[in-house]
Structure formats: C-alpha cells, structure tokens
Ligand binder design. Structure first.
Ligand code: ACO
Length: 273
C-alpha cells in the first residue's frame, strides 16, 4: 500500500482509548517495550467484533507509542474471531447503515475499514496469531496483518457471501494477492472452511504450530523481528508492500531511494572527500 493511502487511512485526530473504552470494544491492549499486543477479548462470544471494536482498533493504531516496532493481534479463548457480531445486523446495532443513503454508507464502511488499514503502517510489523475459528471479519483482520501464525486447529472461512454480503473489511486485496483470484473466488463463493495445513499451503498462514505452542512461536518471531535494525525494518516493510503496485523500474527506484536513506542513517557524514 502506498504511503499516501496509509496516511489517508489514519484517523485524525485520534485519542488513545481508555481501558474502559477498550473493554467496551471487546479489546485489551498491552504495551511491553517495543511490542504492543492487542487481544480480541470476548471469548464468550468467540471474539465476535462490533462496529465499536473496529473504530477502537483504529484509535489503537493511530495512538500507539512511538517506540512500538511489533504489533501482535491475538484472540482470547478457543477462537481468534467469529467475525462480525451478528447482533450488528439486527435492531440497527450501533448505527447500522442499511445502504439507502449510498454516500453515508460509503463513509460508514470507510470508517470501519480504518480498524484494519492501520496494520499496514510501516512503523511496525504486525503479526496475527490465530487459533480456532477465523471467520469473516476475523479472517480479514488476520489478512490485514503482515504475518500470520496459525495454531494447527485454526479454521479460516470467508463467510460474507454466504450471508449475502461481500467481504468489505479490506480482505479481498490481500486474499487475491496471496492465493490468486481463482482460489480467492472459490474460497469466498463456497464459504468453505480452510484448515491450518491447507492455509499454510496456500500462503494464508506463514507458519503452523501446535495449539499449545502458539504463544511461544509468537514470542520467538517477535524476538527475531526486534533483532533487526529498526530503520531497516521500517524501510523494508515500506518497500515490500509497494512492490506489487510498482513496475520493475519504479521498484528499482524505490530500492535506491530507501537505500540512500539507510546509507545516510548508517554512514552519513563519515566519508571524507
Ligand atoms: N456474533 C454474535 N455472537 C456469536 C458469534 C457472532 N458472530 N459467534 C458466536 N457467537 C456466540 C454464540 O451465539 C454463543 O452464544 P451463547 O453462548 O449465548 O449461545 C457463543 O458465542 C459461543 O458460540 P458457539 O456457537 O456455542 O461456539 P462454537 O465454538 O461451537 O462455534 C462458531 C463457534 C463456529 C464461530 C459459531 O458460533 C458460528 O458459526 N458463529 C457465527 C459466525 C458468523 O457467521 N460470523 C459472521 C461472518 S461474516 C462477517 O464477519 C462480516
């Protein structure tokens, strides 16, 4: 994603959610040095997410402390997430938009999508640690992250078309980029469940580990990510996410631009002419 798109996607201004606001959104946030862990925390509802969850996630993303280099997104309990809280569709849940006013509905959905787009911000690497059900908006949330680690009991399902909807929480682009349009179509239009092994084969999960080893595997990955030079990590993430949009020529230019930044940072002012 280009920088400009990321900048536009960031809500302005945003205030950091309080602990009460996080709890009301079904979220928990822990910051430990350079690592922020965001936990979907409604296990009794299989971490089903509300509109408030997504709006609060956007605020979390926009207000993370400067020192954060890795964000881990995880789910409490047996499942990562059962997707949208189905209560949102009934009783006009949380200002549900019925589409009658196209402009207002467009703005409504764009607002919810901000809960996802911040995960591409090059300031940090985002890791989804998923187990159990990873459905609909939950699947899209995992797709919005840079890296996915799945427990061997993870079950992915893009359920939206089966409910008469399209996946609209930023997931169609990464899904197509990962599995190709034909497989994406098959997965979405059958709304079938993909187990962890197949997910790994398709590239939906980078790693699959035994369920009991998920936290340890995430810890190891985070440690490895933190061992890399921070500036190089930011520049490399920016570069890699630009690659699929760019021509070879544009990408070569982007590599040169980023490398000049790195060289200046590492050696600037030291060379005597
Ligand atoms: N919204 C609201 N409540 C939910 C949701 C949801 N998406 N998913 C689960 N729950 C609730 C259940 O109603 C149940 O509540 P109860 O204890 O009051 O009966 C509780 O969470 C536990 O759910 P179970 O079905 O008992 O748990 P189980 O582990 O057997 O099944 C599963 C989990 C497969 C996720 C099942 O609950 C399910 O199919 N949920 C709906 C999934 C769905 O259609 N999501 C929307 C996708 S589209 C989108 O995200 C945009």
């Amino acid at each position: 994603m280009a920088d400009a798109e990321i900048t536009q996607a960031r809500p302005e201004p945003a205030s950091a959610p309080t602990a009460d606001e996080l709890a009301a959104a079904g979220l928990r946030l822990e910051v430990d040095g350079a690592v922020a862990t965001v936990t979907l925390d409604r296990p009794e509802r299989r971490n089903a997410m509300t509109f408030t969850t997504w709006r609060t996630l956007a605020r979390v993303g926009a207000t993370l402390p400067e020192q954060i280099r890795v964000v881990v997104l995880r789910g409490e309990g047996p499942s990562f997430s059962a997707g949208i809280d189905l209560g949102m569709f009934s009783g006009g849940g949380e200002g549900f938009s019925d589409g009658a006013d196209a402009e207002a509905t467009d703005a409504f959905i764009a607002d919810l999508q901000r809960g996802y787009t911040w995960l591409r911000d090059p300031r940090f690497v985002t890791v989804a640690a998923v187990q159990g059900h990873v459905i609909g908006g939950g699947f899209q949330l995992a797709l919005a992250c840079d890296i996915r680690i799945a427990a061997d009991d993870a079950r992915f399902c893009m359920k939206e078309p089966a409910l008469g909807l399209v996946p609209d929480l930023t997931g169609t682009k990464p899904l197509v980029e990962i599995v190709g349009v034909n497989r994406a179509l098959e997965l979405c239009l059958t709304a079938r469940t993909v187990g962890a092994e197949e997910a790994a084969r398709l590239g939906i999960a980078e790693t699959v580990v035994p369920r009991e080893g998920l936290d340890a595997a995430v810890g190891e990955l985070v440690a490895a990510l933190l061992a890399v030079n921070p500036g190089a990590a930011v520049a490399t993430k920016r570069l890699l996410w630009e690659a699929s949009e760019n021509t070879l020529e544009q990408q070569c230019a982007a590599e040169r631009r980023e490398q000049i930044g790195r060289l200046r940072e590492m050696f600037g002012g030291q060379k005597q002419s």
